[in-house]
Structures are given as C-alpha cells and as structure tokens.
Design a protein around this ligand. Structure first.
Ligand code: SF4
Length: 308
C-alpha cells in the first residue's frame, strides 16, 4: 500500500493539523480549558490516589488559584493563537470533563460553542464517565459542530490497567466505544508507551486492538515519572525501568504502521510538567523525539497504515 494521497501533507502519518486543514480549509487550533472538574479516580468515588502517573494538580490556571470562565479562557487562547489559526476547538482538558450533572455540562459546553470562531469541542474523559444522558448531549452537538470525545485508556491489558490504578478495565472502555460509535461523534484514544510491566508485544497488542475498533484518532506518549506521584516514587526507588528513547521511537513507528491510515494522529509526545519532571530526560525535547520518529519511518521507508 502506498502513502495515501488524502493526507495532503509531507509527513509519514496523518497529523491533526493536516486533517483539520483538509476538513475545514483553514488552520484550526485546540484551545485548552480547565472548567474546574475533578476526577472520580481521585475524589474517592472510584479511588483516591488516581492513576499512578497523575500529578493531580490540574492546569496552570488552577495551580495559580484562579479559574476564569470558559469564555474568558477561550478569549485569552484565541488572542494568543490568532496568528496561527482562524478556527478553534474548545478542548476541555483538565481531569474528567463529563464528571458532573448533564445540565452543568450543557451550560459549560454551550458557553464554549457560543464563542466566535469556535467550531467544536474536544472533551477529555474516562470510559466510565459517559452515561447515556451525556452521550445523548454530545451526540446532539455533533449534528451541528465538530465534536471529539477523548478517552483515556493507556493500555488494553487489564493487568496493566490494574497496576497503574486506572480504576476501570478494558471491557468498560469497549462499552464506552460501543455507546459512542455509529453517529457523528469522533473518538480519540490516549495510550502510553513504556508502562510498568509492559513488553513491546503488549504495546503492539494495544495498537492492533485499537486498529480494529471504530476509533478516529489517537494520542500516544511515553510514560513520564513526575515528582509527587506514586510512579515518581517507584522511579526513585528503582522499582521501574524507564523506556529508552530508541525503544520508544521504534515502538511508535511499529504502532503507526499497524494503525489505519485514516486514524488521525493527535500527539506523539508528552507535554509540560517541567517543574516536577523526573524522567526520562529525552522526553523533554519534543522536537528531537518527533524528528527521531520521522527518521525511523524514513529509514524503514514506512508510514502509518503500512501494515494495517
Ligand atoms: S483519570 Fe486522568 S485525572 Fe483521573 S487520576 Fe487518572 S490521569 Fe488523573
């Protein structure tokens, strides 16, 4: 199979920027929003400790002790990115953004969609926080707007999900995908490469499983050990091995080869956390990691979907 023409980019995978440019004919940017949500895996509803890699601090705005309205967060973001994009997606990013009564969700999402040049939403959430009322609400928006639901999964292996204290299993993820699929909603899944106890084969199993599901996008990043997290303690006690850059780059290339050519690659590196970052050092240089992934795909004369 040759590299698909419909990507209309010079990359070896179908990146989000190209996808949106092809769809809307202009540059689109995602604006991060912290709408003040918490997470059932932290507030005691499911667990209190959260996922072992989660720092639990929320956005920089929340850390400063102020949380402006959704509208004013969008206004600040638009001002900052106006030279780079003319349309925007409001990205409800911090913690679990469907974890509230549906009336509250509707008010927050309506506020975002009411802002000029906001053409859609991206809602970050957990597979176990998507009741029928929430899915109905999101499905309603999807008739008029561009809507993504971003599901944290990290691995399809239940043993790993238990070890990292996700608080849900793979079947719950499958149930969520089934409930979301079939309409106009776009599903994006987050996975982590380098999770404790996972072999390369475990990572490829995750990729193969996701490749066979009705999923439209994926975010991939390496496991980061952060100060103040259970994983950070494990790292400091030498209880875990941190993945090398070479291994990560090679696995990302393997995963991309397995995924369908029309699955949008929303991220291949991790973001932020400089103040509490412990390891791996190489992950802090995002550009270098992206270059290494491109070089590896070039070396293989390969691209996303080659072995789909
Ligand atoms: S689900 Fe997300 S917000 Fe909740 S504990 Fe895990 S990583 Fe943190």
């Amino acid at each position: 199979m040759a590299k698909p023409d419909f990507w209309k980019n010079n990359k070896r995978y179908y990146d989000l920027k190209s996808y949106w440019r092809n769809m809307f004919g202009c540059n689109v940017h995602k604006l991060s929003i912290d709408a003040g949500f918490t997470c059932p895996n932290r507030d005691g509803h499911i667990a209190v400790g959260g996922c072992i890699y989660c720092d639990g601090r929320g956005s920089k705005l929340r850390q400063k002790g102020e949380l402006p309205s959704v509208a004013s967060q969008i206004a600040s973001g638009k001002k900052y990115y106006s030279a780079q994009a003319s349309k925007f997606i409001a990205y409800f990013q911090t913690f679990t953004n469907t974890y509230a009564p549906v009336a509250k969700l509707q008010a927050l999402y309506d506020e975002a969609l009411g802002q000029e040049d906001v053409i859609g939403l991206s809602i970050g959430t957990r597979p176990d926080c998507l009741g029928p009322d929430v899915i109905e609400l999101l499905g309603g928006y999807a008739k008029k707007y561009h809507i993504w639901v971003e599901l944290g999964l990290q691995s399809v292996n239940d043993k790993t999900l238990q070890l990292i204290n996700r608080g849900h299993n793979f079947q719950q993820f499958l149930d969520a995908v089934k409930a979301l699929a079939g309409g106009s909603l776009n599903i994006c899944v987050h996975i982590i490469i380098g999770l404790p106890g996972e072999s390369d084969e475990d990572v490829l199993k995750t990729a193969r499983t996701l490749a066979a599901l009705p999923i439209h996008g994926i975010k991939i990043h390496s496991l980061l050990a952060l100060e103040g997290t259970p994983l950070g303690e494990m790292y400091k006690n030498n209880a875990i091995q941190i993945i090398t850059k070479e291994n990560y780059v090679s696995l990302v290339a393997d995963v991309l080869e397995i995924l369908p050519p029309n699955m949008v690659i929303q991220r291949l590196t991790a973001d932020g956390y400089r103040d509490i970052f412990l390891a791996p050092d190489w992950a802090m240089n995002k550009l270098d990691v992206l270059n290494a992934i491109n070089k590896e795909l070039e070396r293989r004369d390969s691209y996303q979907g080659k072995y789909y």
